[in-house]
Every structure is written in C-alpha cells, then in structure tokens.
Design a protein. Structure first.
Length: 340
C-alpha cells in the first residue's frame, strides 16, 4: 500500500496527481500553458521551463488539499524523466528528487510515453495485457505491442511528422490559432466531404509505418490554390482530418491482424479526437475487437498517468532512495524494461 505523488513537466503542461495503490486516483490537477505560447504560435522552451518553476509547488499543495493529505503521507514521488524538453524535464526532476530527499522517501523516474500507454487503465472498462496500443500525440505516432509494464515492442512509427503535428501544421496553414488540432477538428464539422481529395500517405505500404509530411504539403497546395472563405477552409479541414484518421484506423487494424490480438488501446492527445474514436469504435464492432480510450482528461499530458505508472512500477519492485537524477529528452521506449 503506497501513496504516490506524480509530477509531469515534459512540455507545456504542468500536471500533478496523487494515486493510492489501493484507493486509486485521489486527486489531480493541471496547469496548461496554451494561452502563453499562443502568442508565439508554438511552444517556447525557455518560457515553458519558467512556467513549470512557477506552478509545480503550488499544484502539489493543491492536490494535497484536494485529497485531504499531508506531505508526510506521501510514500513515493514519480516524475517524468523523458522524453521532452530538457529544461522543462529538469524542473520536474529537480523538484521531485529534492522533495523526496527532504521527506526521506524514494523517487521513481517515469518514461512519458509509458504514462500515456498505461493511462487507459485509469478508466473503465480497463484493457488486459497483452494489447496493441496506438500512441498518437503532438510528437509521437507509434503502434506498440504491450505485454505488460515495461514489456513494449515497437510495431511501427512515423518516419517524419507525427499525427498531432499534421493536425497542428494543417491548422496553422488554415490560419487557426495554436494549438490548432482541436480547432481544426471543430472546423471540420462544418466541412463538406469529397470536395478536396488529400493523400493517405503509406496507406498501402504493407507495413505499420506512418508518414504525414506529404499530407501537410497537400494541405498547403490546397490552401494556396483556393480562395480562403470559411466554407473552403472547413472543407480542407474536413479532408485533412479524414486523411489522418483513415491512415490511423487502417494501420491499427493491420497491427491487430499481424499480432492476432483483440484489444486496441488509444493513448495520447490525438486520442481525444471524436472522429478517430467514432471510426475505431465502428471498426471494433465490424471486426470483433475491443477498443479502449482514456478519459478525455487523461489524453493530454497529465500528472495522473505519471503517478499511476509509478504505482505500477512499485508493484514490480521496491523503489530505491537514490536522489541523483538526470533527464532524457530523447528516450526510446523499447529500451525501457520492466526492471527500470
């Protein structure tokens, strides 16, 4: 039985949570930097780091109040070690290890993507190992076979832009604010299907790899060659979203067929996209498999997934009281073992 404090600071969201190994998630809170970075059209790493410094400790105090807990009740602190922005990661790591040292408790370094992969286990119904996971976020598009905590096999990944990048860059070409993915999806709702035919890169490649840079170029050409009235922009947004979703769904089905598994887990920010969810749920009924999504609040970066991943790690082996730390801005998930 343990109470785990989770700290997420890999990019532009500061997430803090308390997870109890028997009682479940007690409290979580999140500070988003979207408003600050919107002025610059993208994440400014130095500003992101400073904002994590500003908000991490107040958010820790907040979750303790929300959960009616004291600092002395915490048994372990889990923090995101990577991948992500080095400066942002250093804020979370230094706060976590310093606080753990002061309290005389262990600190556990967590892989950010492992947090995403395990996040659907915070929701109901829960998948069971093994399953195929489609990890789709702003920086990652990967298909993984997940046999257990720390047992991850890469099936395929993007060769260039991630799906989230394709959403955001297409939105920027259409003149939408940052971050544009959600705004593009909203605009696509009023779009007319079939007016623009955009490519589905690598749809028939015969493997489980992805590529979205060509789609971005096609969106650029569509924008340049047509008047930018609101209906035209909506039609291009609809076509862009349809192309991305078609590729994600097709590759996911191929991954299930290749592995012979009957469970698909969706994780990461793009997992909140309602068109993607609708098409995958329809495919699940048609092809007789189960699909699991995290609750919408756990799709974006959050402290709950880090606290939960820390709790899962504790079940595998006791945490050590070693307060030396480093961060891993680039960190291959496959290098992570169940013993790490």
């Amino acid at each position: 039985m343990a109470l785990v404090l989770g700290i997420e600071s890999s990019c532009d969201e500061t997430g803090v949570a308390l997870y109890h190994t028997e009682r479940g998630l007690l409290a979580h809170t999140l500070h988003s930097q979207i408003a600050m970075h919107n002025e610059y059209g993208g994440v400014v790493p130095e500003l992101a780091s400073r904002d994590h410094v500003r908000y991490t400790l107040p958010l820790i105090r907040k979750v303790l109040i929300m959960a009616n807990c004291a600092l002395s009740d915490i048994d372990t602190i889990a923090f995101t070690q990577g991948p992500g922005l080095s400066g942002a990661l250093l804020v979370g790591a230094s706060v976590a290890c310093s606080l753990a040292y002061a309290l005389g408790i262990p600190a556990i370094a967590i892989h950010h993507l492992e947090g995403h992969l395990l996040s659907p286990l915070l929701s109901e119904p829960k998948p069971e190992f093994p399953f195929v996971a489609l990890l789709v976020s702003g920086g990652h598009t990967q298909l993984m076979r997940v046999d257990g905590v720390g047992e991850y096999t890469l099936l395929g990944e993007t060769l260039d832009d991630a799906a989230g990048e394709a959403f955001d860059k297409s939105a920027k070409l259409l003149g939408l604010d940052y971050p544009g993915g959600a705004l593009l999806s909203k605009l696509a709702q009023s779009g007319v299907a079939g007016r623009f035919k955009l490519p589905r890169p690598m749809l028939h490649s015969g493997d489980l790899e992805f590529s979205f840079s060509g789609l971005k170029t096609a969106v650029l050409l569509a924008v340049q060659q047509n008047s930018q009235d609101e209906q035209t922009k909506a039609d291009i947004a609809h076509a862009a979203q349809a192309a991305i979703v078609d590729v994600l769904v097709s590759k996911s089905l191929s991954a299930l067929k290749k592995t012979g598994l009957k469970q698909l887990v969706i994780a990461g920010g793009v997992g909140a996209n309602q068109t993607l969810r609708a098409q995958l749920s329809h495919a699940a009924q048609e092809y007789n498999f189960k699909v699991f999504y995290p609750d919408l609040e756990f799709c974006t970066d959050n402290g709950a997934m880090i606290a939960f991943a820390g709790a899962m790690r504790l079940k595998l082996q006791p945490a050590q009281k070693d307060y030396r730390f480093n961060v891993k801005p680039r960190w291959d998930l496959q290098r992570l073992s169940h013993a790490d």
